[in-house]
Design a binder for this molecule. Structure first.
Ligand code: PHE
Length: 366
């Protein structure tokens, strides 16, 4: 699955291909994130190449696995840029890992496009850093309004991953809006991503008698939290953000995740022509339905390829300007433009876990 091609060092632009770097969590804690985004990325690269490539050249994808580990993204992105001479870097899903790599791309003046990192700090690193997803002030607002309006929750407990920039940010934006809506926070607790025992936090949360519990974490932790919440006879709804989206959440969480809710970027149930075409191409290649990260990985490639065409070159500063000018892009994840902060402005989707599947509930426009 890892398509790493090590050719003798010929810097991009001079060679017969345009080298695009990708860093992803193909193994380790959040392996499904990187696997999905990589599959979407790979599919888009193949489509573009079979349609003739870009500027008369094929795109060559150089993918490296960061094993979901801190420290690896910086190493890898350094190598992709200085050893392999990639013209742009695609990655990561997790905000903390994008934040680690972004200063390197910025310093090298090599554009980086994150498919799925939603923490605002990622693109604040500098003007070479972009994303094709919305940001967490929006996602937090969406889920706060969902808690108030749909769940009719007045008191919510929050359980945050203290190790994740994504989780801390999303908790903060959720809380700000939920309080604005007139709600209150019954208790606020944290864990460290990778923990296995959440009983202490859940006892305190239960004691604070919330109407619902907001858990802006990643699927692996959320599955265990949901199981232990069920064991503790907690019956209130649990809800979270895009970090929940993984088949593993369903496989591990089973009936403990049933009925709970999360926000994400899109749903394969969307009936736009782009989504329908994407779902069938993805299904044909990978024999499974795509998730949001796959769709975002796919969109990130097309945003890059279109920008290279418009720029007429892969030279860093010109390519940067062309990516920044992305407007009304028709993606699988919806139609979007990049704003002056290099963030995509687009809708969120809310899904519910029903009968062991992710069911689309509603779309929320920005
Ligand atoms: N938004 C999460 C982050 O920034 C990553 C993520 C994106 C997870 C999309 C799942 C789906 O860390």
């Amino acid at each position: 699955m890892v398509s790493l091609l090590l050719l003798p060092s010929c810097k991009s632009g001079n060679g017969d291909t345009i080298k695009v770097g990708e860093f992803a969590s193909l193994t380790g804690k959040e392996a499904t994130f990187g696997t999905s985004s990589h599959e979407g990325t790979e599919l888009a690269i193949e489509e573009i190449n079979s349609a003739g490539g870009v500027l008369g050249k094929k795109l060559e994808l150089l993918t490296e696995d960061n094993q979901s580990k801190a420290g690896e993204p910086a190493n890898i992105v350094n190598k992709l840029i200085s050893r392999d001479g990639v013209v742009a870097v695609l990655g990561e899903v997790a905000s903390s890992r994008s934040l680690e790599a972004a200063p390197i791309a910025q310093a090298a003046k090599i554009p980086m496009i994150s498919p799925a990192s939603t923490n605002p700090k990622v693109t604040e690193v500098g003007d070479y850093i972009f994303r094709v997803c919305f940001i967490d002030p929006f996602q937090g607002t969406v889920m706060a309004n969902f808690a108030t309006k749909t769940l009719k929750a007045r008191k919510v407990a929050i359980l945050t991953d203290a190790k994740s920039d994504y989780s801390k940010g999303l908790a903060k934006y959720f809380k700000e809006q939920f309080i604005k809506n007139g709600g209150s926070i019954s208790s606020e607790l944290s864990y460290n991503g990778g923990d296995k025992d959440f009983k202490g936090q859940l006892t305190t949360i239960k004691g604070s008698a919330p109407d619902a519990v907001f858990i802006p974490g990643y699927y692996n932790d959320v599955a265990l939290i949901a199981i232990q919440a069920k064991e503790a006879a907690m019956s209130v709804p649990l809800f979270g953000g895009d970090g929940w989206e993984s088949e593993n959440l369903l496989q591990v969480g089973k009936d403990a995740v049933e009925g709970h809710y999360f926000s994400t970027h899109c749903s394969p149930e969307d009936t736009s022509p782009k989504m329908i075409a994407f779902v069938s191409a993805y299904q044909a290649k990978y024999k499974k339905a795509p998730d949001a990260m796959a769709a975002l990985g796919y969109d990130s490639v097309y945003v890059l390829a279109e920008a290279i065409k418009r720029a007429g070159t892969t030279e860093g500063p010109k390519l940067r300007d062309a990516i920044a000018a992305t407007k009304d892009f028709e993606g699988v994840t919806g139609k979007f433009s990049l704003d002056e902060k290099r963030d995509a402005v687009k809708s969120a989707a809310i899904l519910q876990i029903k009968d062991g599947k992710f069911k689309f509930l509603e779309t929320i426009a920005p």
